[in-house]
Write a protein that binds this ligand. Structure first.
Ligand code: ATP
Ligand code: MG
Length: 224
């Protein structure tokens, strides 16, 4: 078997608010192989976004270990983590996080311009990805001038911009109708088929989960 791209062991994330302790992620272990498309499902508040943030090195665990492509990240310093994130991981957040003053084209081009060793021409690559997501008639719109579903697709194009080996997505179809959701899923599958991209999809939607290779079910921070 191939080396796993994600290896999570006994992961715990606690949040303390006053005297209340929430075990958002509670002793979770799993592995994901390169090229898999895996969904994380479970009720609201079950720890899906928290788990995704830990895998992506956006937050630090209370206990346990996470290895990305064989590299242990749970004890890393911020500077090292930033490098791993930039080189290996594309993110699609639940609330898009697009830069409001930039056009769709510029939002997608930005991470390519920031890459240490750019593989693509920023404008050309950005245009190609946005066209694939049927946004070629919205290249010069700013986020505010786009619908929620269009902003979400821009965020997906941006996450794919540098062709990362690992794509972490939080509700990537959450604001989309069925047709636009299909477009996003086919774009993610194409990234996997063409480049071997590993894709993790947090979703509430059973139809989306059914299109992934397998699902991890979270309830109250635990895998069931
Ligand atoms: N910064 C925080 N401080 C305290 N509690 C938090 C914090 N972030 C999350 N939590 C708690 O951790 C639990 C898991 O939250 P999380 O956002 O991971 O859920 P989720 O499964 O992504 O939910 P949703 O489907 O609604 O997005 C929740 O009970 C939440 O209230
Ligand atoms: Mg969430």
């Amino acid at each position: 078997m191939d080396k796993p791209i994600i290896e999570v062991r006994n992961l715990v994330k606690q949040f303390s608010l006053g005297s209340q302790v929430v075990n958002a992620v509670d002793d979770v272990s799993f592995t994901i192989q390169a090229g898999e498309i895996v969904s994380i499902v479970g009720p609201s508040g079950s720890g899906k976004s928290t788990l995704l943030g830990l895998i992506g090195g956006l937050d630090t665990a209370t206990a346990g270990t996470i290895a990305i492509d064989g590299i242990e990240i749970s004890q890393m310093k911020e500077k090292e983590l930033t490098r791993i994130r930039n080189e290996k991981i594309g993110f699609v957040f639940q609330f898009f996080n697009l830069i409001p003053t930039l056009t769709a084209l510029e939002n997608v081009a930005l991470p390519i311009q920031f890459a240490r060793t750019p593989q693509f021409n920023p404008t050309q690559r950005s245009q190609e990805l946005l066209t694939r997501l049927e946004l070629d008639d919205r290249l010069y719109h700013r986020p505010q001038q786009l619908s929620g579903g269009q902003q979400q697709r821009v965020a997906i194009a941006r996450a794919l911009a540098n062709n990362p080996p690992l794509l972490l997505t939080d509700e990537p179809t959450g604001n989309l109708n069925t047709e636009a959701g299909e477009l996003v899923m086919s774009t993610l599958r194409r990234a996997r088929d063409d480049f071997g991209t590993t894709v993790v999809i947090v979703t509430h939607d059973p139809d989306i989960a059914a299109q992934t290779d397998r699902s991890l079910h979270l309830v109250d921070g635990r895998l069931v």
